[in-house]
Design a protein around this ligand. Structure first.
Ligand code: PGA
Length: 273
């Protein structure tokens, strides 16, 4: 039987499924993929908000496509710098993304943290920059395999998220997106169990409740990310605290990503009926 969920309408949170393309697809491939994806999405998928996060060089192309053809997609970015401008060779500033119509910016992805040395204070400053320019941060948190084995997952999630919450007003927390992405599950084909994802999402929501109160906790959307596929997507979003997915590998091909979106939409629809 397909997974369903029953608390969705009560909470009123719209599911958000995000395609993190990482360093894949040039602007020509982006054009084809986005157009192909949009052709595969119909009225049944409208309840799901879908953001596409291509490399920086593709943003203008994808923006023009989404706006020009009124596609049911929103534009996202994978990262930005915390300063609005300056001598930061190779970096891109939040106002530049805002000018391109970017709505969501992934902040603190584990690859940025591990491979490019992004630390928790830079994550906080980047969240503030993204918000300053009217965009919504998707703040990534998640434990490594060692931390999980040591039983310190919650400690790690708290250490990553609390500094972010400390600089946000409760209203800002309510519109935030947090992606729970266990590092060991990213790109490995070994996703977390839906029970683990559910526990982590509930813990994240409790941190938001403690920092910003019940309304903030009811509003914040929490994604799961890490080896999501069309086969497992519905299991995650069937969990009451999981409000969407951050998808890497399975978002690169339009056909596969459309299946992910379709199964999320079906899960929400069957809960509503
Ligand atoms: P994956 O990547 O779906 O390929 O595991 C997810 C992510 O890194 O956001």
């Amino acid at each position: 039987m397909a997974a369903t969920r029953d608390s969705v309408e009560r909470a009123g949170r719209r599911p958000l499924v995000s395609a993190n393309w990482k360093m894949h697809h040039d602007h020509i491939a982006a054009l084809h993929t986005v157009r192909d994806l949009s052709l595969r999405l119909g009225p049944s998928e409208q309840g799901v908000e879908v953001s596409v996060h291509p490399p920086f060089t593709d943003l203008r192309t994808v923006q023009l496509l989404i706006e020009g053809e009124h596609l049911p997609l929103v534009l996202g970015a994978q990262h930005c710098h915390s300063a609005d401008q300056g001598a930061f060779t190779g970096e891109v500033a939040a106002p530049m993304l805002a000018r391109l119509g970017v709505r969501y910016v992934i902040v603190g992805h584990s690859e940025r943290r591990q491979l490019f040395g992004m630390d928790d204070s830079q994550v906080v400053a980047t969240v503030q920059a993204v918000r300053r320019h009217g965009m919504v941060p998707i703040v990534c948190v998640g434990e490594t395999a060692e931390q999980r084995d040591a039983g310190t997952t919650e400690q790690r999630l708290r250490a990553q998220l609390e500094p972010v919450l400390q600089v946000l007003a409760p209203e800002a927390m309510a519109s935030l997106v947090v992606a729970y992405e266990p590092v060991w599950a990213i790109g490995t084909g070994r996703p977390a169990s839906h029970v683990d994802a559910s526990d982590a999402a509930a813990f994240i929501r409790s941190l938001v409740a403690a920092a910003g109160g019940a309304e903030a906790a009811a509003g914040v959307r929490i994604q799961y990310g890490g080896s999501v596929s069309a086969a497992n997507a519905a299991d995650f979003v069937a969990e009451p605290d999981v409000d969407g997915l951050l998808v890497g590998g399975a978002s690169l091909q339009a056909a596969e990503f459309a299946e992910v979106i379709r199964s999320v939409a079906a899960c929400y629809r069957s809960a509503a009926s």
